[in-house]
Write a protein that binds this ligand. Structure first.
Ligand SMILES: NC(=O)c1ccc[n+]([C@@H]2O[C@H](COP(=O)([O-])OP(=O)(O)OC[C@H]3O[C@@H](n4cnc5c(N)ncnc54)[C@H](OP(=O)(O)O)[C@@H]3O)[C@@H](O)[C@H]2O)c1
Length: 241
């Protein structure tokens, strides 16, 4: 019997990359998992059917769609214990050239989307539940070209710190996991990072999505019940990009 047997989970952005690995790992550990996606329906449906969960389409930046996603997951599973806020987009560029439209899009998905999902999780999770927000190791230092993306994630880290205190009376823990360079579509869409990753990462390579998923899954166990309000760096020793 896995450590998450009997638990139910919703993972945003779980059709690809890190979110997909998190959904697979939570399911392998015994949880029933709702696999959220925005556009990759085939990937999400295949994963959900393989792990015995459900696929739920919702753009996390859309409040109505987020509400409907939580309704659907709660109805399918009879309640929710775990929410992992992983969905995000990365648009990079120097601030002097950054357009209003790109700024709005990054904050809509990464920050407002995480806010909507944190708010619904706070309202709906069962006592003793878990919220894990995915940020980035790049908020620790400064990154030329990453100002807007990192700012959108730094806000999410603050949601974690406040929510951990707000939900502590209900034994719901709230933590951030901050990946370093990790082998996904997002990472490979930024070729200069692919080149930099082994040089800047003390352990000498980019991480695998499964290595991030292992940290998230542990935070969801009973064993991690004493950890809340923290930002766990999961980046092979990377502390600054
Ligand atoms: N990869 C890295 O090196 C790295 C490093 C640090 C932090 N991170 C963080 O780790 C998380 C996962 O990143 P990744 O590398 O796995 O990204 P990815 O490969 O680009 O996958 C992104 C996932 O998010 C979903 N998504 C995007 N916009 C969405 C929206 N509006 N609503 C719902 N879902 C949406 C995508 O769904 P569709 O497939 O349907 O589009 C996809 O499943 C992100 O929070 C990212 O910021 C990644």
């Amino acid at each position: 019997m896995g450590p998450l047997q009997g638990k139910t989970a919703l993972v945003t952005g779980a059709s690809r990359g890190i979110g997909r690995a998190i959904a697979e790992r939570l399911a392998a550990d015994g949880a029933r998992v709702a696999v959220n996606y925005a556009s990759s329906a085939a990937h999400a449906e295949e994963l959900a059917s393989r792990i015995g969960g459900i696929a739920v389409r919702a753009d996390v930046s859309n409040r109505q769609e987020v509400l409907a996603m939580f309704d659907r997951a709660a109805a399918a599973f009879g309640g929710l214990d775990i929410v992992v806020n992983n969905a995000a987009i990365a648009i990079m560029g120097p601030i002097r050239d950054f357009s209003d439209e790109d700024f709005e899009r990054v904050f809509a998905v990464n920050t407002r989307g995480a806010f909507y999902c944190c708010r619904e999780a706070a309202r709906r999770l069962r006592d003793g539940g878990r919220i894990v927000n995915i940020s980035t190791g790049a908020t620790v230092g400064g990154t030329a070209g990453g100002g807007v993306y990192c700012a959108s994630k730094a806000a999410v880290e603050q949601f974690t710190r406040a929510l951990a205190r707000e939900l502590a009376p209900r034994r719901i823990t709230v933590n951030t996991v901050s990946p370093g360079f990790t082998e996904t579509d997002m990472f490979h869409s930024l070729p200069h990072l692919v080149e930099l990753a082994p040089k800047l990462t003390p352990l000498g390579r980019a991480g695998r999505p499964e290595e991030i998923a292992a940290v998230v899954a542990w935070l969801c166990t009973e064993d991690a019940g004493w950890i809340t309000g923290q930002n766990i760096q999961a980046g092979g020793g990377l502390t600054m990009v």
